[in-house]
Design a protein around this ligand. Structure first.
Ligand code: FMN
Length: 188
């Protein structure tokens, strides 16, 4: 079993990165081989909307996107994380989703995903706003909605984990969440 962790936030070692790592720990403990990718280390340019990908099946922009798309198509499980920025995902994550148009085939009522992998996805986000405002004001739910808008089209089984009231990572404060992330990786 192959699992890939994708961290789209810029802060290594902070909330969404740590939760991603815990989910990968859980996956490793059930025998999965894992890899973690930091978008901040890659170049993923914005989609040009040229739709060349709809003829070729690959994005024609030459940067790191296609290699990530290949890894996703090769993984059984994806752990995808983004901190919440203005009730949405990071611009890195959104650039990836737009370029991800190239992973789908024709559009009917929505894009058609031609691959069986990944079968399962864990979505992780965090925000500064405390619960219940994080949810009532659509803050953390905005990020979840944005991530699901992409991954739902892959017809994957989705589990989500949200950290609220989380300005910075705090090992003590976030111990329970780390455990939940680990268990998600272990059981999904
Ligand atoms: C550009 C920017 C925008 C943010 N927007 C929001 C927001 O709309 N609502 C919120 O509650 N927190 C917001 N935050 C706080 C982050 O979501 C929060 O600190 C998160 O836990 C950071 O995740 P990380 O530790 O993985 O970087 C924002 C932070 C930044 C830097």
């Amino acid at each position: 079993m192959k699992a890939i962790g994708i961290v789209t936030g810029p802060r290594k070692g902070q909330v969404t990165d740590r939760l991603t790592e815990s989910a990968l720990d859980g996956l490793r403990d059930r025998g999965a081989s894992t890899e973690k990718i930091y978008f901040m280390d890659l170049t993923i340019k914005p989609c040009r909307g040229c739709s060349a990908c709809q003829r070729t099946g690959r994005c024609i922009i030459e940067d790191d996107f296609n290699a990530v798309a290949d890894k996703i198509r090769d993984a059984d499980i994806v752990v995808f994380s983004s901190p919440t920025y203005f009730s949405n995902v990071t611009s890195c994550a959104k650039r990836f989703f737009d370029r991800g148009y190239s992973m789908f085939k024709e559009f009917r009522f929505g894009p058609v995903y031609p691959s069986k992998k990944p079968g399962k996805v864990i979505l992780i986000t965090s925000c500064h706003a405390p619960f219940p405002f994080s949810h009532l004001l659509g803050i953390v739910t905005g990020s979840v909605r944005a991530m699901k808008a992409f991954f739902n089209y892959m017809h994957v089984r989705i589990k989500t984990l949200t950290a609220t009231g989380a300005a910075d990572f705090d090992a003590k404060k976030h111990a329970k969440l780390l455990e939940r992330a680990y268990n998600l990786g272990k059981t999904i």
